[in-house]
Design a protein around this ligand. Structure first.
Ligand SMILES: C[S@@+](CC[C@H](N)C(=O)[O-])C[C@H]1O[C@@H](n2cnc3c(N)ncnc32)[C@H](O)[C@@H]1O
Length: 245
Protein backbone atom coordinates (compact mmCIF):
# COMPACT_ATOMS: atom_id res chain seq x y z
CA UNK A 1 0.00 0.00 0.00
CA UNK A 2 1.24 3.51 -0.87
CA UNK A 3 2.28 5.32 2.33
CA UNK A 4 0.16 8.38 3.14
CA UNK A 5 2.03 11.64 2.56
CA UNK A 6 1.08 15.08 3.81
CA UNK A 7 -0.68 17.42 1.47
CA UNK A 8 -2.28 20.86 1.36
CA UNK A 9 -5.22 21.65 -0.89
CA UNK A 10 -6.93 24.93 -1.73
CA UNK A 11 -10.46 23.70 -2.31
CA UNK A 12 -13.17 25.63 -4.16
CA UNK A 13 -16.49 24.74 -2.55
CA UNK A 14 -18.83 26.74 -4.80
CA UNK A 15 -21.26 29.46 -3.80
CA UNK A 16 -24.96 29.46 -3.03
CA UNK A 17 -26.60 26.36 -1.62
CA UNK A 18 -24.25 23.82 -0.07
CA UNK A 19 -24.84 21.26 -2.80
CA UNK A 20 -22.86 23.36 -5.27
CA UNK A 21 -19.72 21.70 -3.95
CA UNK A 22 -18.26 19.21 -6.47
CA UNK A 23 -17.99 15.51 -5.67
CA UNK A 24 -14.20 15.78 -5.79
CA UNK A 25 -14.08 18.76 -3.41
CA UNK A 26 -16.45 16.99 -1.04
CA UNK A 27 -14.27 13.87 -0.96
CA UNK A 28 -11.17 15.96 -0.19
CA UNK A 29 -12.94 17.81 2.61
CA UNK A 30 -14.26 14.55 4.04
CA UNK A 31 -10.76 13.08 4.09
CA UNK A 32 -9.05 16.22 5.47
CA UNK A 33 -7.48 16.12 8.93
CA UNK A 34 -7.20 19.89 9.31
CA UNK A 35 -9.51 22.45 7.70
CA UNK A 36 -9.31 26.23 7.33
CA UNK A 37 -12.54 28.02 6.36
CA UNK A 38 -14.13 31.45 6.68
CA UNK A 39 -17.10 31.66 9.06
CA UNK A 40 -19.82 31.68 6.43
CA UNK A 41 -18.20 28.82 4.50
CA UNK A 42 -18.02 26.86 7.71
CA UNK A 43 -21.70 27.54 8.47
CA UNK A 44 -22.72 26.57 4.96
CA UNK A 45 -20.84 23.25 5.16
CA UNK A 46 -21.53 22.58 8.84
CA UNK A 47 -22.72 19.02 8.23
CA UNK A 48 -19.61 18.12 6.23
CA UNK A 49 -17.26 19.69 8.77
CA UNK A 50 -18.85 18.25 11.89
CA UNK A 51 -16.22 16.78 14.21
CA UNK A 52 -13.26 18.17 12.25
CA UNK A 53 -10.44 20.40 13.40
CA UNK A 54 -11.51 23.68 11.75
CA UNK A 55 -9.66 27.02 11.95
CA UNK A 56 -10.89 30.37 10.64
CA UNK A 57 -9.13 30.83 7.28
CA UNK A 58 -9.38 34.62 7.61
CA UNK A 59 -9.27 36.99 4.68
CA UNK A 60 -6.12 37.73 2.71
CA UNK A 61 -3.83 35.85 5.10
CA UNK A 62 -0.24 35.55 3.82
CA UNK A 63 -0.71 38.43 1.37
CA UNK A 64 0.61 41.96 1.55
CA UNK A 65 -2.74 43.52 0.63
CA UNK A 66 -4.58 45.93 2.94
CA UNK A 67 -7.35 43.29 2.91
CA UNK A 68 -5.25 40.94 5.08
CA UNK A 69 -7.22 40.76 8.34
CA UNK A 70 -4.87 38.41 10.24
CA UNK A 71 -4.52 39.37 13.91
CA UNK A 72 -0.98 39.76 15.29
CA UNK A 73 0.81 36.40 15.47
CA UNK A 74 -1.97 34.47 13.71
CA UNK A 75 -0.03 33.82 10.50
CA UNK A 76 2.91 32.37 12.48
CA UNK A 77 0.52 30.11 14.37
CA UNK A 78 -1.07 28.96 11.11
CA UNK A 79 2.32 28.35 9.47
CA UNK A 80 3.14 25.95 12.27
CA UNK A 81 -0.24 24.19 12.19
CA UNK A 82 -0.02 23.61 8.44
CA UNK A 83 3.64 22.58 8.40
CA UNK A 84 3.27 20.28 11.42
CA UNK A 85 0.21 18.62 9.91
CA UNK A 86 1.80 18.06 6.51
CA UNK A 87 5.00 16.89 8.26
CA UNK A 88 2.87 14.30 10.10
CA UNK A 89 1.49 13.06 6.75
CA UNK A 90 -1.87 14.69 7.37
CA UNK A 91 -4.13 16.38 4.84
CA UNK A 92 -4.88 20.09 5.15
CA UNK A 93 -7.80 21.61 3.25
CA UNK A 94 -8.11 25.38 2.94
CA UNK A 95 -11.65 26.03 1.78
CA UNK A 96 -12.49 28.91 -0.50
CA UNK A 97 -15.96 29.89 -1.64
CA UNK A 98 -16.54 29.84 -5.38
CA UNK A 99 -13.46 29.04 -7.43
CA UNK A 100 -10.02 29.71 -5.91
CA UNK A 101 -8.61 31.01 -9.20
CA UNK A 102 -10.90 34.05 -9.26
CA UNK A 103 -10.32 36.95 -6.86
CA UNK A 104 -9.58 34.56 -4.03
CA UNK A 105 -9.22 35.82 -0.45
CA UNK A 106 -7.21 32.62 0.27
CA UNK A 107 -4.65 32.89 -2.55
CA UNK A 108 -1.93 33.71 0.02
CA UNK A 109 -1.95 30.09 1.21
CA UNK A 110 -0.70 29.04 -2.23
CA UNK A 111 2.35 31.29 -2.15
CA UNK A 112 3.11 30.81 1.53
CA UNK A 113 3.12 27.02 1.20
CA UNK A 114 4.42 26.81 -2.37
CA UNK A 115 7.24 24.49 -1.23
CA UNK A 116 4.60 21.98 -0.08
CA UNK A 117 3.23 21.78 -3.65
CA UNK A 118 -0.36 22.78 -2.83
CA UNK A 119 -3.07 21.57 -5.18
CA UNK A 120 -6.00 23.71 -6.29
CA UNK A 121 -9.37 21.99 -6.55
CA UNK A 122 -11.68 24.00 -8.80
CA UNK A 123 -15.08 25.10 -7.59
CA UNK A 124 -18.25 26.55 -9.08
CA UNK A 125 -17.63 30.28 -9.11
CA UNK A 126 -20.31 32.87 -8.51
CA UNK A 127 -19.59 33.64 -12.17
CA UNK A 128 -20.68 30.14 -13.24
CA UNK A 129 -23.73 30.15 -11.05
CA UNK A 130 -24.83 33.68 -11.98
CA UNK A 131 -24.32 32.75 -15.66
CA UNK A 132 -26.86 29.99 -15.20
CA UNK A 133 -29.32 32.52 -13.76
CA UNK A 134 -28.94 34.59 -16.94
CA UNK A 135 -30.11 31.52 -18.84
CA UNK A 136 -28.29 32.08 -22.10
CA UNK A 137 -24.95 31.76 -23.84
CA UNK A 138 -22.97 34.59 -22.31
CA UNK A 139 -20.34 34.38 -25.04
CA UNK A 140 -23.14 34.89 -27.56
CA UNK A 141 -22.91 38.70 -27.83
CA UNK A 142 -21.44 40.53 -30.80
CA UNK A 143 -17.96 40.52 -29.25
CA UNK A 144 -18.09 36.70 -28.80
CA UNK A 145 -16.10 37.19 -25.61
CA UNK A 146 -16.47 37.75 -21.87
CA UNK A 147 -14.12 39.69 -19.62
CA UNK A 148 -14.02 38.95 -15.88
CA UNK A 149 -13.15 41.98 -13.81
CA UNK A 150 -13.49 43.57 -10.42
CA UNK A 151 -14.57 47.14 -9.83
CA UNK A 152 -13.77 47.73 -6.18
CA UNK A 153 -14.48 51.38 -5.46
CA UNK A 154 -11.77 53.77 -4.37
CA UNK A 155 -9.01 52.41 -6.61
CA UNK A 156 -7.38 55.27 -8.48
CA UNK A 157 -6.91 53.32 -11.69
CA UNK A 158 -10.57 52.27 -11.89
CA UNK A 159 -11.81 54.88 -14.45
CA UNK A 160 -8.91 54.02 -16.72
CA UNK A 161 -9.51 50.29 -16.37
CA UNK A 162 -13.22 50.73 -17.09
CA UNK A 163 -12.40 52.66 -20.27
CA UNK A 164 -10.15 49.81 -21.42
CA UNK A 165 -12.77 47.20 -20.53
CA UNK A 166 -15.45 49.08 -22.48
CA UNK A 167 -13.15 49.24 -25.51
CA UNK A 168 -12.88 45.43 -25.70
CA UNK A 169 -16.42 45.06 -27.04
CA UNK A 170 -16.77 41.98 -24.82
CA UNK A 171 -19.50 41.17 -22.35
CA UNK A 172 -18.24 42.48 -19.00
CA UNK A 173 -18.80 40.37 -15.89
CA UNK A 174 -17.95 42.21 -12.68
CA UNK A 175 -17.17 40.65 -9.34
CA UNK A 176 -18.47 43.63 -7.43
CA UNK A 177 -16.96 43.39 -3.92
CA UNK A 178 -17.57 46.92 -2.62
CA UNK A 179 -18.47 48.58 -5.90
CA UNK A 180 -19.83 52.09 -6.35
CA UNK A 181 -22.51 51.20 -8.90
CA UNK A 182 -23.45 54.76 -10.06
CA UNK A 183 -19.76 55.57 -10.51
CA UNK A 184 -19.12 52.41 -12.55
CA UNK A 185 -22.17 52.80 -14.78
CA UNK A 186 -21.41 56.53 -15.15
CA UNK A 187 -17.89 55.79 -16.37
CA UNK A 188 -19.02 53.01 -18.74
CA UNK A 189 -21.69 55.33 -20.20
CA UNK A 190 -18.88 57.53 -21.51
CA UNK A 191 -17.99 54.70 -23.92
CA UNK A 192 -21.03 52.42 -24.29
CA UNK A 193 -24.60 53.19 -25.45
CA UNK A 194 -27.19 53.80 -22.73
CA UNK A 195 -29.30 50.93 -24.08
CA UNK A 196 -26.52 48.39 -23.43
CA UNK A 197 -28.08 45.62 -21.30
CA UNK A 198 -26.96 45.67 -17.66
CA UNK A 199 -28.00 42.84 -15.35
CA UNK A 200 -27.45 42.19 -11.67
CA UNK A 201 -27.59 38.68 -10.27
CA UNK A 202 -27.76 38.76 -6.48
CA UNK A 203 -27.39 35.79 -4.12
CA UNK A 204 -26.59 33.54 -7.07
CA UNK A 205 -27.23 29.89 -6.37
CA UNK A 206 -29.36 30.36 -3.26
CA UNK A 207 -32.66 28.70 -4.16
CA UNK A 208 -34.61 30.82 -1.73
CA UNK A 209 -33.19 34.27 -2.47
CA UNK A 210 -31.47 34.48 -5.87
CA UNK A 211 -32.70 37.52 -7.81
CA UNK A 212 -32.05 38.84 -11.31
CA UNK A 213 -32.50 42.53 -12.04
CA UNK A 214 -32.49 43.37 -15.73
CA UNK A 215 -31.94 46.97 -16.81
CA UNK A 216 -29.75 48.98 -19.17
CA UNK A 217 -26.57 50.88 -18.52
CA UNK A 218 -28.63 54.06 -18.69
CA UNK A 219 -31.29 52.91 -16.20
CA UNK A 220 -29.45 50.63 -13.76
CA UNK A 221 -28.29 53.26 -11.26
CA UNK A 222 -31.81 54.65 -10.98
CA UNK A 223 -33.37 51.17 -10.80
CA UNK A 224 -31.18 50.31 -7.82
CA UNK A 225 -31.87 53.45 -5.77
CA UNK A 226 -33.20 52.23 -2.42
CA UNK A 227 -32.37 48.59 -3.28
CA UNK A 228 -30.21 47.03 -0.61
CA UNK A 229 -27.77 45.21 -2.88
CA UNK A 230 -25.99 42.44 -1.01
CA UNK A 231 -22.22 42.01 -1.16
CA UNK A 232 -22.97 38.80 -3.07
CA UNK A 233 -23.93 40.17 -6.46
CA UNK A 234 -22.47 40.08 -9.96
CA UNK A 235 -22.94 42.80 -12.57
CA UNK A 236 -23.07 41.93 -16.27
CA UNK A 237 -22.81 44.62 -18.92
CA UNK A 238 -23.44 43.64 -22.52
CA UNK A 239 -25.92 41.88 -24.72
CA UNK A 240 -26.85 38.25 -24.43
CA UNK A 241 -29.91 36.38 -25.61
CA UNK A 242 -31.65 35.00 -22.54
CA UNK A 243 -34.63 32.90 -21.62
CA UNK A 244 -35.26 35.29 -18.70
CA UNK A 245 -37.70 38.09 -19.57
C1 LIG B 1 -13.66 38.12 -3.37
S1 LIG B 1 -14.73 37.69 -4.72
C2 LIG B 1 -14.57 35.98 -4.64
C3 LIG B 1 -15.13 35.28 -5.83
C4 LIG B 1 -15.05 33.76 -5.71
N1 LIG B 1 -13.69 33.31 -5.79
C5 LIG B 1 -15.88 33.08 -6.78
O1 LIG B 1 -15.33 32.36 -7.59
O2 LIG B 1 -17.10 33.27 -6.78
C6 LIG B 1 -16.29 38.05 -4.00
C7 LIG B 1 -17.31 38.50 -5.05
O3 LIG B 1 -17.87 37.36 -5.69
C8 LIG B 1 -19.22 37.64 -6.02
N2 LIG B 1 -20.10 36.67 -5.34
C9 LIG B 1 -19.79 35.85 -4.33
N3 LIG B 1 -20.85 35.08 -3.99
C10 LIG B 1 -21.86 35.46 -4.82
C11 LIG B 1 -23.20 35.04 -4.99
N4 LIG B 1 -23.75 34.06 -4.26
N5 LIG B 1 -23.95 35.67 -5.94
C12 LIG B 1 -23.43 36.63 -6.73
N6 LIG B 1 -22.16 37.05 -6.62
C13 LIG B 1 -21.38 36.48 -5.68
C14 LIG B 1 -19.53 39.06 -5.57
O4 LIG B 1 -19.31 39.93 -6.66
C15 LIG B 1 -18.51 39.23 -4.47
O5 LIG B 1 -18.29 40.59 -4.25
Amino acid sequence: MKPKTGKIYLVGVGVGDADHITVKAQKIVEAADVVFAMGFVRDRLAALLAGKDVYDAGHGYFTATPLNDAPEGEEDRYRKIVRDAVGESKTVAVLDFGDPSLFSPQRGYLTEFADLAPEVIPGLSSFNIANAALCGEITGGTGRAVVLAEAVSGREDLPDRLAKLAATGAMLAFFTMKMDLPMVTGELLKYLPAETPAVIVAHAGYGDKQTVLRATLGTLAERTVGVDLPWAHMLYVGGVASCVQ
